[in-house]
Design a protein. Structure first.
Length: 77
C-alpha cells in the first residue's frame, strides 16, 4: 500500500494516509472525501560515508554493536 500526502478541501488539514487502490480516502479530521493529493517529500538515502560513520558512532554510544565485526568493535572502544 502506498502512502500519500493529502490536504482536505473542507477543513484544510494536511495528513498522510496508507491507501489501497480499492478504497476512497477520507479526511481523518472531518471525514470529507474532497481531498487534494500533495507531492510527498522523499528522503535521500544514507549512503554518504559521513552519515554512515555518524550513525555508527550513535549506535556505539547506545551500546548497539551487533552489526559490527570484531575488528570494527575494537576500533570503537
Amino acid at each position: 500500500m502506498p502512502m500519500y500526502d493529502y490536504r482536505c478541501s473542507a477543513c484544510s488539514q494536511a495528513f498522510e494516509l496508507l491507501v489501497r487502490s480499492s478504497t476512497v480516502p477520507a479526511c481523518p479530521h472531518c471525514q470529507s472525501t474532497e481531498l487534494q493529493r500533495q507531492v510527498s517529500l522523499t528522503a535521500a538515502p544514507g549512503t554518504s560515508q559521513a552519515l554512515i560513520a555518524a550513525g555508527r558512532r550513535a549506535a556505539a554510544r547506545e551500546g548497539h554493536f551487533s552489526n559490527y565485526s570484531k575488528a570494527d568493535r575494537a576500533k570503537i572502544k
